[in-house]
Design a protein around this ligand. Structure first.
Ligand SMILES: C[S@@+](CC[C@H](N)C(=O)[O-])C[C@H]1O[C@@H](n2cnc3c(N)ncnc32)[C@H](O)[C@@H]1O
Length: 196
């Protein structure tokens, strides 16, 4: 929802990169949506969910913290639910690789959801997402969700300018709700920033 809204007012020419693509949302928009689309993920297994888009998008294994692109070369970066790599180093890479005036669309789970859910639930930790593997084992993976002001400040510190921010409320998604979001008003926060 946020991606559609944000893209409606942004130029689509040039190279668009989805970072941490997993099962890509940019790919879902189809071959006509971007002039050239690269889907990048650190995990080969996660990127394999986007193989269905390989006829019109390039799939690339790579690290959001060391983007394999030249300075000043990218027209649009999309990072959806990008909390695993939401650190200063990523934002410096966004600033380095975007062309002047180009944009990055970023979403993360909302701080309201992450802080209340993780405080209340057994086994959850701040700064991490808890997953149960097929083997039954539990693992914590990085999930760095910031309050809106700190998030904006981190992007600003990298030299990026906030264009817009918006929230997706739980009642905007179809029911039945996952028990993980029950009782939470805002579930996803979205930001559009621009390289000045
Ligand atoms: C929460 S998932 C989001 C997937 C997809 N963008 C979406 O909105 O459904 C986070 C993705 O980021 C990838 N990821 C985690 N750390 C990364 C890093 N340092 N560089 C690139 N991708 C990374 C994971 O493999 C995973 O596919």
């Amino acid at each position: 929802m946020f991606l559609h809204e944000a893209l409606s007012s942004l130029p689509r020419r040039g190279w668009a990169i989805e970072v941490g693509a997993g099962d890509s949302l940019a790919g879902e928009l189809g071959p006509a949506a971007f002039e050239r689309l690269i889907l990048l993920d650190k995990s080969e297994a996660m990127l394999s969910y986007s193989r269905k888009y390989r006829l019109f998008a390039d799939l690339m294994i790579g690290d959001a913290l060391a983007l394999p692109f030249a300075d000043n070369s990218i027209s649009l970066i999309i990072a959806s639910l990008a909390d695993p790599f939401n650190v200063a180093q990523f934002w410096n890479e966004v600033q380095r690789t975007l062309k002047i005036g180009a944009h990055c669309i970023f979403t993360s789970p909302s701080y309201e959801w992450a802080s209340s859910f993780r405080k209340q639930s057994i086994g959850e930790q701040e700064g991490a997402a808890l997953f149960q593997l097929r083997s039954g084992e539990y693992v914590h993976l990085p999930s760095l969700v910031q309050p809106e002001e700190s998030q904006i400040e981190m992007m600003r510190q990298a030299g990026l300018v906030l264009v817009t921010t918006n929230s997706i409320a739980a009642d905007a998604v179809p029911q039945p709700y996952s028990p993980k979001i029950t009782g939470c008003k805002v579930i996803v926060s979205g930001f559009v920033v621009q390289r000045a």
